[in-house]
Write a protein that binds this ligand. Structure first.
Ligand code: NAD
Ligand code: 89V
Length: 343
C-alpha cells in the first residue's frame, strides 16, 4: 500500500451504498479516492457529500486512472460478475455486495478470476457482522448451551422493502436469494454445513414475479436440524423489521434472540438475559441501525484482512457454500423433495 492509508473506491452510489460511504468515512485508516456510478449525478453527489476527490461514470476509466488498494462494489447483482472480473484484471482486491450473482456459474467464475489474479475477494454478507447475531454466536462458541441439536433462524416482516429497492419486484428469484441468503448464512455459522435442504415457497403479495415467503429445513452434518424461514409479506404487530429472531437448543441449555434485541440464555439450569442491540451511530437511525452498523463492522473486517493478509470470514469461496444452500432451496421447492447442496 502506497502510504499508511488504504486507498479505496466505491462502485455503485445508490440506496444501500450510502451506508458503505458513511462507514468508509468512519474507518480512520481508509481514504476513499474515487466513487463511480453509471448515473453521473449519483457519482457526483456521493463525491460531494462524502468529500471524495474523484468521481466517474465509467468503471473502466476509474481503474485505468486510479491506483487502488481495494474496490467496493455496491451495485445490484446482475452487474457483479463483469465488475469483479474487471477489478481482477486490474489486480485490485474486491469486496462485493450480496447476493453474489444471479447464477452459480457466475459466482464460481468470480472466485476463479480473483484466485487467478491473486487478489482477495469478500462478499459483503453483513448479517454475520450484526451485533445481536454475533452475541448469539459468542454464546455458542463459549459452549454455554453445549452442542446445538435444533435451531430456528427467522426473519419475517411486512415492511415495504420494494419501496426502497423497486428492482426486487421484477426478480425471478426473490426472497431466498435476496434475504434467505443472509439467514441461511447464519444457519451455517450456528450449525455448520448442511447436507440436505427441504424448502417450500409461497407468493403472497401481488404485483411481484416470484416468492416472498420461504420455509426451509436443513439437516446439518453435525446432526443438528434447523428451520430457516423468511417472509416479506407478514402482518405482525409490533412490526419486527429488520430483526432476525433465533431459537437454539443444545445439550446444556438454549439461547433465544427475542423481539427488541433481548437475548436469553439458559445454561445448566441458570437463566440470564442481555440486551444485544447495536449502538446508534451519528449516521444510523431506527429501524435500520442494526443493519447499518453491521456495514461498518463488515468493512472493518475487510480492512483488517487486507492489512493482515488473512482470508475474510465471508470470502468469495466461503460465500459459495451459502450460495449453494440458496440454489438447493430453489431446487428443492421446484422438485418438492430434499436436495443436497452443490459441492
Ligand atoms: P440501487 O439500484 O439503489 O443502486 C445501485 C447503483 O449502482 C445505481 O445507482 C446504479 O446506477 C449503479 N450501477 C449499476 N451498474 C453500474 C455499473 N456497471 N457501473 C457503475 N454503477 C453502476 O441498488 P441498492 O438497493 O443500493 O442495492 C445494491 C446492492 O446492495 C444489491 O446487491 C442489494 O441486494 C444490496 N443490498 C444489501 C443490503 C444488506 O443489508 N446487505 C441491503 C440493501 C441492499
Ligand atoms: O437487501 C437486503 O439485504 C435486505 C435487508 C435490508 C433486510 O438486509 O434483505
Amino acid at each position: 500500500m502506497a502510504d499508511d492509508k488504504v486507498r479505496g473506491a466505491v462502485i455503485g452510489c445508490g440506496f444501500f451504498a450510502q451506508n458503505h460511504l458513511h462507514a468508509w468515512n468512519d474507518i480512520a485508516d481508509v481514504r476513499l479516492v474515487a466513487v463511480c456510478d453509471k448515473d453521473a449525478a449519483k457519482a457526483k453527489a456521493a463525491a460531494e457529500t462524502f468529500r471524495v476527490p474523484a468521481w466517474y461514470d465509467n468503471a473502466e476509466e476509474m481503474f485505468a486512472s486510479q491506483k487502488l488498494d481495494f474496490v467496493d462494489i455496491a451495485t445490484t447483482m446482475p452487474t457483479h460478475r463483469a465488475l469483479v472480473e474487471l477489478a481482477a484484471r486490474h489486480r485490485v482486491p474486491t469486496i462485493v455486495q450480496k447476493p453474489f450473482a444471479p447464477t452459480w456459474d457466475d459466482c464460481v467464475a468470480m472466485v476463479g478470476a480473483c484466485n487467478a489474479a491473486g487478489v482477495p475477494l469478500m462478499v459483503h454478507e453483513n448479517f454475520r457482522f450484526q451485533a445481536p447475531l454475533m452475541a448469539v454466536r459468542r454464546v455458542l462458541e463459549a459452549g454455554e448451551i453445549g452442542t446445538p441439536y435444533f435451531g430456528r433462524v427467522s426473519f419475517r416482516t411486512g415492511y415495504d422493502i420494494i419501496a426502497g429497492q423497486p428492482y426486487l419486484a421484477r426478480e425471478e428469484k426473490f426472497i431466498i436469494l435476496d434475504l434467505g441468503i443472509h439467514v441461511l448464512d447464519m444457519a451455517r455459522v450456528y450449525f455448520g454445513e448442511a447436507e440436505t435442504v427441504y424448502a417450500q415457497t409461497q407468493q403472497i403479495r401481488p404485483n411481484i414475479v416470484a416468492e416472498d415467503m420461504a420455509t426451509m429445513m436443513l439437516r446439518h452434518r453435525s446432526g443438528a436440524t434447523s428451520i430457516v424461514d423468511c417472509s416479506y409479506s407478514s402482518q405482525i404487530s409490533p412490526e419486527p423489521f429488520p430483526q432476525t429472531l433465533v431459537h437454539i437448543e443444545g445439550t446444556r441449555g438454549s439461547v433465544q434472540l427475542h423481539l427488541g434485541y433481548r437475548m436469553s440464555v439458559l445454561s445448566d439450569g441458570v437463566t440470564r438475559e442481555e440486551m444485544v442491540d447495536s449502538p446508534l451511530l451519528s449516521w444510523t437511525s431506527q429501524p435500520w441501525h442494526t443493519a447499518q452498523e453491521s456495514v461498518l463492522n463488515t468493512q472493518r473486517h475487510w480492512i483488517e484482512c487486507l492489512r493482515t493478509g488473512r482470508a475474510p470470514q465471508t470470502s468469495g469461496a466461503d460465500n459459495l457454500r451459502t450460495y449453494a444452500l440458496v440454489d438447493a432451496a430453489y431446487r428443492s421447492a421446484a422438485e418438492r423433495r430434499a436436495v443436497a447442496p452443490l459441492a
